[in-house]
Every structure is written in C-alpha cells, then in structure tokens.
Design a protein around this ligand. Sequence first.
Ligand code: FAD
Length: 238
Amino acid sequence: MTEILLRAVSILQQAINIFFHFLTVNYFRRIERPSLASLTMKHIVILGGSYAGISTAHRIFKQAAKIGPLKITLVSPNTHFYWSMASPRGIVPGQLADGKLFQPIAAGFSKYSARQFEFILAKAESLDVGAKTVGISGGETLDYDYLILATGSHTRGHTPFKGLGTTEETRDALHDFQSEVTKSKTIVIAGAGVTGVEAAGELAFEYGHEKEVILVGLSRLGRILFTECYDYYFAIAP
Ligand SMILES: Cc1cc2nc3c(=O)[nH]c(=O)nc-3n(C[C@H](O)[C@H](O)[C@H](O)COP(=O)(O)OP(=O)(O)OC[C@H]3O[C@@H](n4cnc5c(N)ncnc54)[C@H](O)[C@@H]3O)c2cc1C
C-alpha cells in the first residue's frame, strides 16, 4: 500500500514538473539578437559637400557603433568646404584669407579608412530611386542603401556668396569680386536683407569715406540697421 502511495506521489511530482516546464519555458528563453558584426554593410551616399552634407556624415559616424557596419560616399564637385556664411566679409580684400574661407573636405575624414569613407569629386547627374542608383559625372553609377540629398542652393550670376560649383570656380569668383571692390569708388548693394546689410556694413567698416556704399532695399528695417551701424562706426572711429 505504501509503495503504491509513493509511486503515485512520484508520478504527481513529475506531472507538476512537466506542467511548470511548459508554463515557464518561454520565460527564460534567451532572445537571440543579431550581433553588429553579422549585419550587412550599409552604403550611404551623400550628395553635396557643404554644411548639411559634411555635418551629416560626421554625425552618422558618431552613431556608427549603434547602427552597424556602414560606408559613406560623399559626392561633391568642390574639393573644399566653402565658409559661405563669412562671404560678406570675404568679398572685402584682405579681410579673410582663402585658407580660412576654404577647408579641404577629405582631410576632415582622414581618421576613417577607405572601407568606411570615400570622397568622390563629381556632380550627381541622374537618380533612379527604384534601382537605388545615382549617376555621377564621369559616367560612374553608384549603388546606395540610403541616399542623402544635400545639394543646397546657389546664388544667381557669378557672385561668391555661395559655392559656385568647383572650389576653383568659387575661389576665382571671390578673387574677381575682391578686385572689383578694390577698383570701385561707388558700390551699390541691391537688397537690404541680411546678406546685403552685412556686406554693406563690412564695406563701410573697411573703407569709411573712401568709397560710397549705397544700400538699396524695400525694407526700412535694412536701411535703419545699416544707417545705425554706419553712424555708430563713424561715431566711434578715430
Ligand atoms: C551670405 C550668406 C550668409 C549666411 N549666413 C548664415 C548664418 O549666419 N547662419 C545660418 O544659419 N545660415 C546662414 N546662411 C545660410 C547658409 O549658408 C545655408 O543655409 C547653407 O549654406 C545651407 O547648406 P547646405 O549644405 O544645405 O547647402 P549649400 O551650402 O548650398 O551646399 C550645397 C552643396 O551641394 C553641392 N552640389 C550642388 N549640386 C550638386 C550635385 N548635383 N551633385 C553633388 N553635389 C552638388 C554644392 O557644390 C555644395 O557643396 C547664409 C547664406 C549666405 C548666402
């Protein structure tokens, strides 16, 4: 009788064990995550080597450890980043050296290997979103997983307030502009927005009464700003 009882208890224990096993089996199961090393390399193509394109590339590299293996290809017709925001001062001869206004793009990424970063001096000419390809000048076609368009905007004519294409084109336009400024007795600036007011202020600061600087604009604010800056400068000038 005792033997039968012990056997029944043993069977019950086994049944309880099996029941709890099935109840908790998923609770302790290890969730397998793919290791970063096993992820496939992603190719990110960025078009445009200026503020947006360059800073986005640097920011992506800072997050690379979380994202997984990636390669960035930066495509731009300019070898150098152009500090266009400083161009209202840059047009005034002798104010800012070329070495300050133009910084080499590739050198800024020299700490990354060729497997991680590539700079291609070219212009994007065609895009096939379905096939995920970009055609660039020179006839090459680039495949991408992600494409970042950072091709920005440009100013009209040969004015060096933004990049004009290649670094040489922008630099030549800047030098031409500087020599025009040197030769001119009267300089008329059409447009009293921030760029116009800033350029007028820089010219007035540099040349004082040597040259006549005329700012033409629809906005009274621009005129007030310029007049006040001008008056302030001559009030404090020795
Ligand atoms: C005089 C001036 C002063 C300014 N001051 C300020 C300021 O104080 N603060 C501020 O926040 N903003 C300022 N701005 C605005 C600022 O310059 C722009 O917001 C900024 O330049 C935008 O940067 P981006 O990289 O988007 O484009 P962009 O600077 O326009 O650069 C576009 C890039 O794309 C490249 N590109 C063009 N076409 C192609 C193509 N087909 N394939 C590959 N590459 C291509 C170009 O060569 C260039 O490298 C100022 C602008 C001007 C003109």
